[in-house]
Design a protein around this ligand. Structure first.
Ligand SMILES: CC(C)(COP(=O)(O)OP(=O)(O)OC[C@H]1O[C@@H](n2cnc3c(N)ncnc32)[C@H](O)[C@@H]1OP(=O)(O)O)[C@@H](O)C(=O)NCCC(=O)NCCS
Length: 141
């Protein structure tokens, strides 16, 4: 279900296989799903990954933030993102959460305290992205 939602929302013109991420199955990875009745309508994942691709206990990478088209703009994505942030805040601190966010979604991340680092860059075939980072120094209850 997660892969299908990622595919529909994030990579409809790519293969379903492109919607699996290398750290999906790692025990340190944390996945959040939002359901309406029995239906999965939103997902987001947190991976222990530094910006250079190495695993790192104080760096978390957000990937696969996706809310079904029909459920967007109603707080679902924000709730998922806040849940990921809260989880990271309960692990080793201080920590940094980062993502290569789509330029079109930058405002979503800045709404939750992420800031842009560096210039906009292209990630074919999707398009312009930006590195967004949030540092957490204390536990969020
Ligand atoms: C980006 C996405 C995950 C946001 O989820 P959502 O459920 O639509 O967002 P919410 O309704 O929870 O919005 C939370 C806040 O972020 C803001 N926001 C949401 N999407 C935004 C966007 N694209 N640009 C700017 N602000 C945005 C909302 O206005 C809201 O702010 P408010 O609380 O001040 O009103 C969702 O729209 C989505 O899946 N989009 C398509 C895929 C995508 O781009 N994913 C991100 C990949 S990096």
């Amino acid at each position: 279900m997660t892969y299908t939602l990622r595919h529909q929302t994030l990579r409809p013109h790519q293969s379903l296989a492109s919607c699996t991420y290398p750290l999906d199955e790692e025990t340190s990875s944390y996945h959040v799903g939002a359901f309406l009745q029995q239906d999965l309508i939103g997902v987001g994942s947190l991976f222990r990954e530094a910006q250079d691709g190495s695993t790192n206990s104080t760096s978390w990478r957000i990937r696969g933030m996706a809310v079904l088209d029909s459920a967007q703009g109603q707080g679902v994505g924000g709730h998922i993102l806040q849940t990921l942030i809260n989880y990271a805040s309960k692990q080793e601190l201080p920590c940094a959460i980062w993502c290569n966010g789509r330029s079109t979604a930058q405002g979503f991340y800045t709404r939750f305290g992420f800031t842009q680092h560096g210039p906009i860059f292209d990630l074919p075939p999707i398009g312009p992205h930006v590195l967004l980072v949030k540092t957490i120094t204390s536990k969020i209850i």
